[in-house]
Design a protein. Structure first.
Length: 178
């Protein structure tokens, strides 16, 4: 019997050992986030996020929440790339919303239109891409429609998102005065 099942039996003495083991097996595993703290597992975090806009699908989906300026990747009810902050399109250059697929990847892309590096570019809608930037994503009015991630986050995302991965974007970027 697991420690968790034993705790359930202690907390609910009327629960049989078989029911306690069964209940413990249905609970998500908890992960330590350091001394004295416990972090909810990815599956629990995913259920909360899915209820806020990103549809649950049996395949991998890059979820881009424009309203909260965050991105994560989920597959079914499991988060496979934790939430990170992003910067999306500015007024007049909005990031498109809806369903897309990563159709092109370029690890060292250079934008000839904006004369700017776009490391770890993963194009999903016309010229719009998920890509890294040097510096932070919380400065400036926004991108020209791309989804900007800090360089290290874009590098990690590169290894999680193959060509053909679904991308779902929704919401509205808050205006600076909001």
């Amino acid at each position: 019997m697991s420690v968790l099942a034993g705790l359930l039996m202690t907390a609910a003495p009327a629960m049989s050992p078989a029911h306690a083991v069964s209940a413990a097996n249905r609970l998500p595993e908890l992960h330590s986030a350091g001394p004295g703290s416990v972090r909810a597992p990815s599956a629990v975090r995913t259920r909360a996020k899915a209820a806020h806009g990103c549809p649950i699908r049996p395949y991998r989906v890059v979820c881009v929440d424009l309203t909260n300026q965050v991105l994560w990747v989920q597959k079914g009810r499991r988060i496979i790339y934790d939430e990170v902050p992003v910067r999306t399109g500015r007024v007049g250059n909005a990031t498109r919303t809806g369903w897309f697929r990563v159709y092109r990847r370029d690890i060292d892309h250079w934008s000839s239109e904006y004369n700017s590096p776009m490391p770890y570019s993963q194009f999903f809608s016309g010229g719009q891409a998920l890509h890294g930037v040097f510096g932070g994503v919380d400065d400036g009015p926004g991108s020209h429609g791309c989804v900007n991630l800090v360089y290290d986050d874009a590098e990690r995302l590169w290894h999680v998102v193959p060509k053909g991965t679904a991308v779902y974007t929704w919401g509205h970027k808050p205006r600076p005065e909001d």
